[in-house]
Design a protein around this ligand. Structure first.
Ligand code: SIN
Ligand code: CO
Length: 381
């Protein structure tokens, strides 16, 4: 298993002084780090319809970006281009391993593992990201510049490329295999490949209020909640017909606030919303479905592995009822299953012992079997 080495500071120091605050280079964060997927296999993935990918290069000094799937890479030549593939942790169990050393950040904050393969001189240009990213250097070397927070003008260098104006560097480094560059949201940065190279970016995306409110609106519509109409019985006689007076304004705000104050509704929304993936999962349904008994027996023999990128969460507010949220859905197994639900969400590999209490509950076993047959979890052999 990959182990993160922070030679110059402790994890606590990193969280207190760098996380969400300032960029830092972690030299040899991974000892003897080698590519978790080959450039060839990465290029192959970007030929698949369900995989999100982009190829960025310059033509006559103009930035160009093409969206995958790609059929061939021959026309791009040997220099000056980068292939970026999203959510590779969904498609490669080896790449999914790279999420584990970052388990000091909860899963609900994780976005995905994005990988870029670049030929010499290749890069995606100077830009600003909205997420925290750990850029782990694989094979080859890349030159990275990171600027400070500030009023950086952004512009579309191409319809699919949001760039930022040139910036002064506060970090100017060459990354070698095993080095990690951590960049919080908002810091402009640019990487240029010094030779053929691979970067593995573990991204953590925080939601904006706009994201959350639009997600909440979708949730209440979908679940047909929040339908009670605003009530203003015993209203005093209105003096100014065009006015929304202070008292009415309070009623309107209170109506919305009542939704936010409903902890069960909000826990169910947060769990469902945050457990949905934005990219496709590699769900491989079993050709010959297993019976519930077979799943339980197999669990005694080998671990049950979670498919890369599948998001399983619980919220303190509802977990006491044995509730968890998986891929946007709410599952309710009852209070006796609390421990099993926690184990299901906290572990990538499940054993019979970990799920013990849940396996005594027929509904838990039925649902687990359904998940295994649909490919959410799988036995290696
Ligand atoms: C890259 O790996 O080329 C781009 C990563 C980033 O800047 O976020
Ligand atoms: Co970036």
């Amino acid at each position: 298993m990959l182990k993160l080495n922070l030679a110059d500071f402790s994890l606590e120091h990193f969280m207190a002084h760098y996380w969400q605050q300032k960029p830092v280079v972690i030299r040899q964060g991974f000892d003897h780090f080698t590519d978790l997927i080959s450039p060839n296999d990465l290029a192959g993935l970007a030929c698949e319809e369900e995989v999100e990918s982009r190829l960025v290069y310059k033509k006559d000094d103009q930035w160009q970006a093409e969206v995958g799937p790609f059929e061939s890479y021959q026309r791009f030549g040997k220099e000056g281009w980068t292939l970026v593939v999203q959510a590779v942790n969904h498609w490669s169990p080896e790449v999914a391993e790279l999420v584990k050393p970052f388990a000091f950040i909860p899963k609900w904050r994780l976005d995905d593992v994005m990988i870029s393969y670049a030929t010499p001189g290749g890069g995606v240009g100077p830009h600003i990201d909205l997420y925290d990213v750990f850029i782990c250097q694989g094979s080859g070397r890349r030159h990275w510049r990171v600027g400070d927070l500030g009023e950086h003008k952004q512009f579309a260098a191409h319809a699919a490329l949001l760039h930022t104006e040139p910036f002064e560097a506060i970090i100017d480094v060459e990354l070698a295999p095993g080095d990690i560059l951590y960049i919080p949201p908002g810091f402009p940065h640019e990487g240029v490949a010094l030779e053929e190279s691979m970067s593995f970016s573990v991204g953590f995306r925080a939601k904006s209020s706009c994201d959350l409110l639009s997600g909440l609106a979708d949730y209440v519509i979908d679940k047909e909640l929040g339908k009670a109409l605003l009530s203003d019985s015993k209203r005093p006689i209105c003096q100014h017909q065009g006015q929304i007076n202070a008292s009415d304004f309070s009623i309107i705000k209170a109506q919305l606030q009542a939704v936010l104050d409903n902890n069960t509704l909000m826990a169910d929304f947060a769990g469902s919303y945050l457990s949905k993936t934005k990219c496709a999962l590699d769900l491989q349904a079993l050709d010959e479905p297993l019976a519930a008994k077979e799943v339980v027996n197999e669990l005694l023999a080998q671990p049950l592995l979670r498919t890369g990128g599948l998001r399983c969460l619980y919220v303190d507010e509802t977990v006491t009822q044995g509730v968890c949220y998986i891929e946007g859905e709410r599952f309710d197994f009852g209070p006796a299953c609390q421990q099993a639900v926690v184990a299901l969400c906290d572990n990538d590999a499940l054993s019979h012992a970990l799920l013990e209490r849940g396996l005594q509950n027929p509904e838990f076993v039925r649902q687990l079997t359904e998940w295994v047959n649909a490919g959410f979890w799988y036995f290696q052999d």
